[in-house]
Design a protein around this ligand. Structure first.
Ligand code: BG6
Length: 296
């Protein structure tokens, strides 16, 4: 069996290589583990709550319909940081393909967290498709506006926590020349650095990155994660570093910032607007690749 359900989670095992697995929690449809040839690729806090009491600190939480806190949209501003998808239990729809093993989860207002749909009363239908290759993980999202009369305005983001052995000798490549908004400095500027390195707290949003630009996380010259995006023009790079890690109760160990980096592809700079009946689709593909240097 390449797909098994185990209470609150679904586990996919690749039929041709049993050491490639992915585990998805029904809560938030959060990927909480992805093993490639037996090696964990995602960072998950040792204190992460997996019982539905709060969003998971680690893995791939899903951000919808708002990234951060909205300051511009009245309805969205009533939602908590990063919206309602990561704090709602999704419905497991089942397996849609046996090789590569593929499953789907769904979320709509009928089953989403009622406290949150009360303050943001919009109709929506989300389908998350998770596909496990021998050497890749694809997470694909489809958002439909089922309303007959109302527009649907939203952000989407895959809040991907990637694992590295040591952040001090890790860099993120292929973002040189991109415009970014620095959430800490609250300034917009163009990144002139050939690569992104992390030696302090970092919280930046790169904008308008072409689909064909691969983002790579490189450690000691070796690309340990390659990220391909479709329809996700923005990317957040986040590392909480020392003080911010201490302030998050569910971030453990407190030195965990040394072994993680969030690279979060999304559509967050502006809102996607869907007319009644329209559908929007995007995906994130994680895999291993050789070093690809893409200059501007
Ligand atoms: C990142 C944001 O996407 O998520 C950061 O850019 C934020 O500003 C981080 O601190 C974690 O957010 P949360 O709500 O999971 O603590």
């Amino acid at each position: 069996m390449s797909v098994t359900t185990d209470g609150d989670r679904v586990v996919l095992t690749h039929p041709e290589d049993k050491t490639s697995t992915v585990t998805i929690l029904n809560y938030g449809a959060t990927v909480i583990s992805w093993k490639l040839k037996g090696k964990e690729q995602l960072w998950v806090s040792e204190a992460a709550k997996l019982d539905g009491s709060k969003p998971v600190r680690g893995g791939i939480p899903l951000v919808f319909p708002v990234f951060g806190k909205s300051k511009t949209d009245d309805a969205l501003s009533k939602l908590p940081q990063h919206g309602l998808a990561r704090n709602s239990a999704w419905e497991f729809l089942g397996q849609t393909k046996s090789n590569p093993p593929t499953v789907q989860f769904a979320l709509s207002p009928e089953i989403a967290n009622p406290e949150l749909t009360k303050v943001w009363p919009f109709d929506f239908s989300l389908i998350l498709t998770v596909e496990l290759g021998i050497d890749f993980l694809k997470t694909d999202i489809e958002v439909t506006n089922p309303s007959k009369s109302q527009e649907l305005k939203f952000n989407w983001l895959f809040h991907t926590y990637l694992k590295t052995e040591d952040i001090e000798d890790t860099f993120v490549s292929n973002l040189v020349g991109m415009e970014l908004y620095d959430q800490l400095l609250q300034e917009t500027y163009v990144d002139k650095h050939p690569v992104v390195t992390i030696h302090e707290e970092k919280d930046v949003i790169y904008r308008n990155i072409d689909d064909d630009r691969l983002i790579q996380v490189v450690r000691k010259g070796e690309p340990i994660h390659t990220l391909k995006r479709h329809n996700l023009p923005d990317a957040v790079v986040w590392n909480p570093w020392i003080a911010k890690s201490k302030s998050m109760a569910d971030f453990e160990p407190k030195t965990g910032y040394q072994t993680m980096i969030c690279v979060e592809p999304g559509h967050v700079h502006d809102l996607i607007t869907l007319a009644p009946g329209e559908t929007w689709n995007a995906y994130q593909l994680l895999y291993r690749d050789t070093l690809k240097y893409q200059a501007i």
